[in-house]
Design a protein around this ligand. Structure first.
Ligand code: SF4
Length: 200
């Protein structure tokens, strides 16, 4: 890693934490601010599925050139991170993320992909219309259009996450389904904390 990359990783918000922010602000705080980490079956499976694309590489598939594990950053938004792949098709650049779940409306994944596209646009000086997310669970690709609304929501999320990182720890969220899938549940203790918050 170059000195420039080292400086960026120390001061820029990592793209993956933007995903955590949209999933749950408390999870973001626990991971990014307090450095908590705990694995569970979802994380192990996700790492396993990334095993073939976790190194920088360039491959050609038909008329598509695939750049795997591309490091990108934005000096304007102060975010940085790695895109799983950037595909070059007919002169267009298409950022691609690989996720273990099923295709659905995962706004956290859309924010991460859109932020990656904003970084790529800044680095390459060209506009990117859409990206794609490959969901392993049902082996489907979802096209995510980088609409003005999604771009604005992503930039708002970056600002909110950055501001939250200097504040206090957010309370647990109300969505128990997310908590059940969250690897930090035993550290966060959402049920217990919510019960304590109710007590006078
Ligand atoms: S257990 Fe729930 S409230 Fe706690 S960090 Fe995870 S998702 Fe957020």
């Amino acid at each position: 890693m170059t000195d420039n990359c080292l400086l960026i990783t120390e001061t820029y918000l990592p793209l993956a934490y933007l995903n955590a922010w949209e999933y749950c602000p408390r999870r973001f705080y626990l991971e990014y601010v307090l450095g908590e980490f705990q694995t569970n079956e979802h994380i192990i499976l996700g790492n396993h599925l990334h095993r073939n694309i976790n190194e920088e590489n360039v491959i050609q598939e038909g008329d598509t050139r695939i750049h795997q594990q591309q490091w990108v950053w934005s000096d304007r938004l102060l975010v940085s991170g790695i895109i799983d792949a950037v595909e070059e098709r007919k002169g267009n650049l298409i950022p691609v993320e690989y996720k273990k779940g099923k295709m659905a409306k995962h706004l956290n994944d859309h924010f991460q992909l859109c932020a990656a596209a904003l970084c790529l646009e800044e680095r390459m000086g060209k506009s990117i219309a859409y990206g794609e997310i490959f969901y392993h669970a049902n082996r489907r690709r979802q096209q995510v259009n980088f609409t003005p609304q999604l771009r604005q929501m992503t930039e708002d999320a970056i600002l909110a996450a950055r501001a939250a990182s200097t504040g206090g720890m957010p309370p647990p969220i109300e969505q128990s389904k997310k908590c059940q899938a969250c690897s930090l549940q035993s550290i966060c203790l959402p049920v217990e904390v919510k019960q304590l918050m109710k007590e006078p």
